[in-house]
Structure formats: structure tokens, C-alpha cells
Design a protein around this ligand. Structure first.
Ligand code: HEM
Length: 307
């Protein structure tokens, strides 16, 4: 039985730290493997009082150099553009180190030790510290996570089944969305609610979904998207959290997991109106500054790959 990396499905803790890296020319895979092993053990050090959850996620190139246990249909992130020119640019890297903990200092320390250990072999392309905001709010004030599968269903929805290539692993989409809150806060309450297709105070699903609503793009159903009379299909588990930089840039760090990558691509294509439907209203006020697809191998595949 192959088990998912525990950081994915465990309760999300208060602080997260995302560090994306790629190899430099002449990188020594042995050095990188040792650093990956060490970072997996973060949290066992003396003096660490709360859990440090570490997840290792690989882009297609590094995964192929570490293991033969490659999931089906794992593609790099292509970037997306709507017919009217809205762009979600692609910034695929080889490794995403995702750390979350109730102690922000431990998140910082864990990624800092790792990046020092691979210095000269991997470059940090970008990093983002994030946090849970109030009762899991996006910075727009809307609750984020309501439509997630129930906790007991999440393993089935996000983790590849036994017997399949990549069993126990999970596909991931990671994006840093930049919000224009001035624009969003200038909308009426009705307009804001129609952006997502849920109410602002308690996340109740609106009976009527306008064609531009977020749910009209991402709530996949047998038959038409967001047709609540039909069963859901292709579900995903989201672990997104807000961030705020000192220069005033704010937004959502979107982090989602699924057992096939196709359902992530389908949602992105829908949000960017690539299949003939109108763009998702989210893209009127928010733009991804980065975007990549990764794969989080099972614990057992990691054990073998890093041995
Ligand atoms: C700025 C970016 C985004 C924001 C602020 C955002 C926000 C939200 C909000 C407020 C909801 C309704 C409450 C909930 O169920 O969580 C929601 C639902 C959802 N979002 Fe997003 N979202 C963003 C991007 C994305 C992307 C890129 C995807 C997929 C690739 C996605 C997939 C989903 C899914 C699957 C649901 C639940 C649908 C269902 O109920 O079946 N979201 N999102």
C-alpha cells in the first residue's frame, strides 16, 4: 500500500512557505537527494515543539531523474491565455518545497536549511510565505474551501489508486494569484457574489449561476458544469491560502491536488474561456504571477528514490 505524503491531507496549519527551485548546470543529484532526505526529517530536531509538515513536489524533469514510478499524463504547465488576452503565465520549475506549521519560524528555518544545503546545485526561482486568514477567508472576504470534498473523501479524490503508476501520489497545481482588491471592493455585494456563485457571509451556493461565475467553470459535474442536479466528477482538494507582501501586493496562493492532471487543466482552460465559454469573472480582478504543475510522490516512492 502506497501512502500519500502526510502534509497534503492533514489539517492545514496556520503558516505555509512555498519555495520553487530548479537545478543549475552541472548540479550533483547526490547532494540534492541528501538535502531532500534531511528536509523530510524536519521537525524531529530537538527544540521543535509543533509539527512541521513538509511536502516534496516535483516537476516532470526532476521526477524522471529520481524514479521510474511516473504517473500517467504528467505535463509541464503550459500557461493559459483567453481569447481577449488575459494571461496566466507559466513558470514551471523542477521542485516545490511546501512547508506548513503553526509556527512561522519553523517554516522559515526548514526552507532556509534546505536552500542552503542545495546552494550551487539548485537556484531558488521564487518563494512565498502565506497564512490562513480568519475562518479560511480569501482576501476578498469570501470563504475558500466550502466545496472541498469531506475530509473522509479527500484521499479517494486526490490520491492515485493502488495498482496505477504513481499510486499514493498526487498531482498538484500551484499558482500565486495577484488580486486587485480596489476593483473587487468597488463591486456591489450582488456582483461580488456572482463572481464566485456563493454568498459572502456564509458561502451558500447561489441557485442561479451566471455564465461568468467561478462555480460555472470549476464545479465539474456529469453533464453541464455547475448543474447541481448531477453528481460531481473530477473533484480536487484545495489547500489555498492568502499572502501579503510588504510592497502592497496581495492575493491567493492557489494550491490544489487531484488524482489526474486532466481535471486541473480542464478547469484552467474553462476559467480562461478557451473552450468557447465566457472567462471566469475571477480573471477580471485577479491574475496569476506564477503557475506550475507538480507531482507529489508517495512516501514509499520517495523512500526508494532518495535511498
Ligand atoms: C484567485 C484565484 C481563486 C480564488 C480567489 C478562488 C476562490 C474560490 C471560492 C471563494 C470558491 C467557493 C467556495 C469554495 O468552495 O471554496 C471556490 C471554489 C472552487 N474553486 Fe476556486 N478560486 C480561485 C482559483 C481556482 C482555480 C485556479 C481552480 C482550479 C484550477 C479552482 C477550483 C475551485 C473548485 C474545484 C471549487 C469548488 C467547486 C465545487 O463546489 O465543486 N479555483 N474558489
Amino acid at each position: 500500500m502506497a501512502n500519500p505524503q502526510p502534509a497534503i491531507l492533514t489539517n492545514l496549519t496556520k503558516y505555509q512557505w512555498y519555495t520553487h527551485l530548479s537545478r543549475v548546470e552541472g548540479a550533483d543529484l547526490g547532494v540534492i537527494k541528501k538535502a531532500l532526505n534531511d528536509v523530510r526529517a524536519a521537525g524531529t530536531d530537538v527544540g521543535v515543539t509543533v509539527p512541521v509538515n513538509v511536502c516534496l513536489l516535483f516537476g516532470p524533469t526532476l521526477l524522471a531523474d529520481l524514479t521510474n514510478d511516473i504517473p500517467e499524463d504528467f505535463q509541464p504547465y503550459p500557461g493559459y491565455e483567453s481569447p481577449d488576452g488575459k494571461v496566466a503565465k507559466g513558470t514551471q520549475e523542477e521542485l516545490l518545497l511546501w512547508v506548513h506549521s503553526d509556527d512561522k519560524d519553523l517554516c522559515w528555518e526548514t526552507q532556509f536549511n534546505f536552500r542552503n544545503a542545495v546552494a550551487g546545485h539548485m537556484n531558488v526561482a521564487r518563494e512565498t510565505p502565506t497564512f490562513i486568514y480568519r475562518n479560511s477567508l480569501d482576501l476578498t472576504g469570501f470563504i475558500d474551501g466550502t466545496g472541498n470534498p469531506e475530509p473522509h473523501e479527500q484521499h479517494d479524490r486526490a490520491i492515485i489508486d493502488e495498482g496505477q503508476p504513481g499510486a499514493g501520489g498526487s498531482f498538484c497545481i500551484a499558482q500565486r494569484w495577484v488580486h486587485d482588491l480596489k476593483y473587487f471592493n468597488g463591486l456591489s455585494l450582488e456582483e461580488q457574489q456572482n463572481v464566485f456563485g456563493r454568498t459572502k457571509d456564509d458561502s451558500t451556493r447561489l441557485d442561479v449561476q451566471v455564465p461568468t461565475s467561478h462555480l460555472a467553470h470549476v464545479e465539474l459535474r456529469e453533464g453541464d458544469t455547475a448543474d447541481a442536479s448531477k453528481p460531481k466528477r473530477g473533484e480536487m482538494v484545495r489547500r489555498s491560502t492568502p499572502y501579503a507582501f510588504h510592497d502592497g501586493t496581495v492575493g491567493l496562493y492557489f494550491m490544489g491536488f487531484s488524482k489526474t492532471q486532466a481535471v486541473l487543466r480542464e478547469r484552467m482552460e474553462a476559467m480562461y474561456g478557451q473552450n468557447g465559454q465566457p472567462r471566469d469573472a475571477i480573471t477580471d480582478y485577479s491574475t496569476p504571477a506564477s503557475g506550475s504543475y507538480y507531482f507529489a510522490p508517495s512516501v514509499e516512492t520517495l523512500d526508494a528514490a532518495l535511498a
